[in-house]
Design a protein around this ligand. Structure first.
Ligand code: FAD
Length: 471
């Protein structure tokens, strides 16, 4: 085996995953086709749950001061995203910066990032996966025990495996450009007779414009140019952008697909490789980072032989369900935002419903990621599966919270290196003891820490023999 784990793609999902794997004690090699990091401006929003995760890993300070915007929207209908959290709202950070920080972190934790490797083949072969790639020095091959495809929306690995990727092709698109030297009013999701427009001027005087023309089919086979943006903007607003200086032009569409299985034996998928969605409300990047944080500690434990491989099925179960919910939500938003005038009555009803607090809380919970609950058993404490925020999980280990006792010490010894202990109580659950997974979700809550053993075994593997001697 050349590496226990190969990650294909050094985008945000791949880099976050590499760092999480290292934290879990696994060696990882990241293969990235680009010689250097991407410079395009893409996602710019980190939502509250992602911020909580970064804080739990001690990474919040790395990002420095970030503008925060509590106002969000649901399909262009204004919606306050504020929910109980240390990080309510939307935090604005260019994706290039997020990627740079994650790359530094992955490297500083010991991940190997090989740039200039374009993966061309992935073949499962019994106890390993063979990866072939084109490099500047010719073809290369690498054998890994596990491969994680984080290679983005056009995932090569997904195609190579012929993975079932159901959903809907693009029906609508938005053109987008960053333009200097223009003077148009700022607009937030302004629906006009012929289309929908957005304009936001930044302090440097660059205006990001986005335009969708109602009922216009997706252009095929050609990247948009500034002329396309100028023409569409003119048709929708009557304004002329042609004197502007285009810094970046692109288009995105409402393709909506999700892999049927996030795990294919020894090959797993995370981020846009696993789900493609319209980037409305900045959820795609956040979903990918959260996929990585769910998978990292599990795969590190499996690759290290500490836990049976079927723990990886919980990655599919948890993240596929989370993705399905977000994608359904994005589909609804796309209809509300880009539908023709026929959608106006539905918009009015949704706006009225959003004025009721329980509805706002529910939808803000999906957009922010704060409302997510992973599946739990019928006998579990009602909070099991929810996030337990404000907990220090910087070392990527689980955390058993309980008052000091011999039972707690015995457990600490039995799952040494995998689970830390801290003193209770646990206000969020109303209990005196709790077990928190490395991704911050609650695995067990109760009063007697010895009752946490089944959950400890499920998530962290069998007890260490030394604990048996102690107890
Ligand atoms: C043009 C564009 C505009 C976007 N705008 C927004 C936005 O405004 N708001 C928003 O929320 N989201 C936006 N997104 C989505 C957001 O950028 C993605 O959700 C996010 O980047 C996903 O992260 P990822 O790590 O899963 O994939 P990516 O960031 O796509 O990273 C995949 C990586 O894999 C590498 N790779 C691909 N194939 C191979 C191969 N065969 N071998 C080796 N390496 C490979 C790629 O070079 C890339 O570095 C945009 C995406 C694009 C492409």
């Amino acid at each position: 085996m050349d590496t226990p784990i190969a990650v294909v793609g050094a985008g945000p999902a791949g880099l976050m995953l590499a760092a999480e794997l290292r934290l879990g004690g696994a060696q990882v090699t990241v293969l990235e086709r680009r010689d250097r990091p991407a410079t395009e401006s893409r996602a710019s929003t980190l939502h509250a749950r992602t911020m909580e995760i970064l804080a739990s890993r001690g990474l919040r300070e790395l990002f420095g001061e970030l503008p925060c915007e509590p106002r969000g929207h649901f399909g262009g209908i204004p919606m306050d995203l504020t929910l109980p959290s240390d990080f309510p709202g939307q935090w604005k950070v260019p994706q290039t910066r997020t990627e740079a920080l994650l790359a530094d972190r992955a490297r500083s934790l010991g991940a190997e990032v090989r740039r200039g490797w374009t993966v061309r083949g992935v073949t499962a072969a019994g106890d390993h996966v063979r990866v072939t790639a084109d490099t500047a020095r010719g073809p290369r091959e690498l054998r890994a025990a596990y491969v994680v495809a984080c290679d983005g929306q056009d995932s090569t690995v997904r195609t190579l495996l012929g993975a079932d990727f159901p959903g809907r092709p693009a029906r609508r698109e938005m053109l987008r450009a960053d333009v200097g030297g223009i003077d148009v009013p700022n607009r937030r999701f302004e629906r006009r007779e012929r289309g929908m427009v957005v304009a936001a001027r930044n302090p440097a005087g660059v205006t990001r414009v986005m335009v969708h023309e109602f009922g216009r089919p997706v252009r095929a086979g050609r990247e948009p140019d500034f002329g396309d943006v100028v023409d569409a903007w003119k048709r929708v607003t009557g304004e002329d952008l042609s004197g502007g200086d285009p810094l970046w032009v692109n288009a995105f569409d409402d393709t909506d697909r999700q892999l049927a299985r996030y795990r294919h034996g020894r090959v797993l998928f995370a981020g846009d490789a696993a789900h493609v969605q319209m980037p409305i409300g900045g959820q795609a990047l956040n979903l990918g980072l959260q996929d990585a944080v769910n998978l990292g500690w599990k795969l590190a434990a499996v690759a290290g032989g500490r836990v049976p491989a079927d723990l990886l099925d919980t990655y599919h179960d948890e993240r596929h369900a989370a993705g399905r919910q977000v994608l359904a939500n994005i589909r609804a938003q796309a209809e509300l935002l880009l539908g023709t005038a026929a959608v106006e009555p539905v918009r009015a009803v949704v706006a009225a419903l959003l004025a009721a607090e329980p509805n706002r809380v529910r939808l803000a919970g999906v957009v922010s990621g704060l409302g997510l609950r992973y599946p739990a058993g019928p006998d579990d404490h009602p909070a099991v599966g929810t996030r337990l925020p404000g907990v220090d999980l910087h070392d990527g280990r689980g955390l058993l919270v309980a008052a000091p006792s011999t039972a707690r010490d015995a457990i600490a010894a039995g799952w040494r290196g995998r689970v830390r202990t801290a003193s209770g109580p646990v206000p969020a659950t109303g209990t005196t003891a709790a077990l928190i997974r490395p991704d911050g979700h609650l695995a067990w809550a109760g009063t007697d820490p010895t009752a946490a053993r089944p959950a400890l075994t499920r998530w962290f593997g069998p007890i260490d023999r030394r604990e048996k001697e102690l107890s």
